[in-house]
Design a protein around this ligand. Structure first.
Ligand code: 5AD
Length: 347
């Protein structure tokens, strides 16, 4: 197995069978070998720098009904909210003063925020904070909407593909949703000129090693600037309430493989990882991640943006916990920088 890791570190690609073999045979010994190589690649490209992104969860209304997600439209138990423009701008102000130079507007797929409203918001934020990058994470949109967001000044777009297997995709989503449409949106975003992020959940229901290999091959082929992955965590008011969560170990393994497949990728150690294990965020960095996305949303709404149970929004997950986060990064030889943190082509 170590020979496969060496090959991956050298060539940045493996075959489907090789990836499946690695995934099926992961063990602690292999983990440390893989993480060492992944961290070496991260250091070669990004040094000790860790980028932070201020996450603003501005609406939890959603027209979709993804079976895994706590803010799915048929969850009548979710307390819905929308932030006003003023509240969103206040989040940016606080974030800017703390040293954030990227803001991520993340929300459910909420029709209230039509193109006109989103574009106006983008213009205001970019006008007030020209030194900051603005990332959107607002779901699958039409070509013309994406074009309008880009023209208004948005820089980056996150849209997880969730799984690169059509049949698996159908098992995770309501009937109207199609993997082909999701992929088309990703290709559109890239053609328009966004820095684009895709990604998937580790340990989602029905997922197999060969699905994970497919996800990795899709990512390699698509060459996104960013990849967001985290363990699946069940939410009590969803059809997957009783499904087991993904594991810390497999998520770390995937992070490291992604770092070796795409050396320069911007790879967050996500909230979900910090939720399944208190040390998750640091362990993610030690497996090759180089981005952390603390929560900048107003504290009153944080527990309403509940994609899964026990979602962490305290301590180092929160922007107010930045000092603690800096210390914990220090301890592992990394430093949080005041920087937009754009993609560096590591090939
Ligand atoms: N567990 C983990 N991640 C989840 N997401 C949604 N629901 C869950 C869950 N139950 C992830 C999806 C989505 C992103 C915003 O959050 O991958 O794209």
């Amino acid at each position: 197995m170590k020979a496969l890791i060496d090959k991956l570190a050298r060539e940045h690609i493996l075959t489907r069978n090789e990836l499946v073999m690695l995934i099926k045979n992961r063990n602690p010994d292999l983990d440390s070998y893989l993480f060492e190589q992944a961290v070496a690649v991260r250091r070669r490209i990004y040094g000790n720098d860790i980028y932070i992104r201020g996450l603003i969860e501005f609406t939890n209304y959603c027209k979709n009904d993804c079976l895994y997600c706590g803010i799915r439209r048929s969850n009548k138990g979710a307390a819905r909210y929308r932030l006003t423009d003023e509240e969103i701008l206040n989040c940016c102000k606080t974030g800017y003063e703390m040293g954030f130079r990227t803001f991520v507007l993340q929300g459910g797929d909420d029709a209230y925020y039509n193109d006109e409203r989103i574009c106006a918001l983008i213009r205001t934020i970019k006008n007030r904070y020209p030194a900051c990058a603005l990332t959107l994470s607002i779901g699958e949109k039409s070509y013309s909407s994406c074009r309008a967001y880009f023209n208004a000044g948005a820089d980056r777009y996150l849209l997880r593909h969730e799984t690169a297997d059509d049949i698996h995709y159908k098992k995770l989503h309501q009937d109207e949703m199609l993997l082909s449409a999701r992929k088309q949106c990703l290709y559109n975003l890239k053609a328009i000129g966004f820095q684009v992020g895709c990604g998937f959940m580790v340990g989602s229901p029905f997922q197999t090693a060969s699905h994970l290999a497919e996800d990795l091959l899709f990512i390699k082929d698509f060459e996104p600037e960013m990849v967001g992955i985290g363990p699946f965590i069940p939410h009590h008011d969803t059809p997957f309430a009783r499904e087991p969560a993904g594991t810390l170990e497999m998520t770390l393994f995937m992070l490291a493989l992604i770092r070796l497949l795409l050396p320069g990728v911007l790879l967050p150690s996500t909230t979900a990882l910090g939720t399944i294990d208190p040390a998750g965020r640091e362990l993610g960095i030690l497996a090759g991640a180089n981005v952390i996305m603390p929560n900048l949303s107003p504290p009153e709404v944080r527990e309403k943006y509940l994609l899964y149970d026990n979602k962490s929004c305290q301590g180092e997950e929160a922007a107010e916990g930045l000092e603690d986060l800096k210390k914990s990064m220090d301890k592992i030889g990394c430093r949080i920088v005041v920087d937009r943190g754009d993609y560096i082509d590591g090939s």
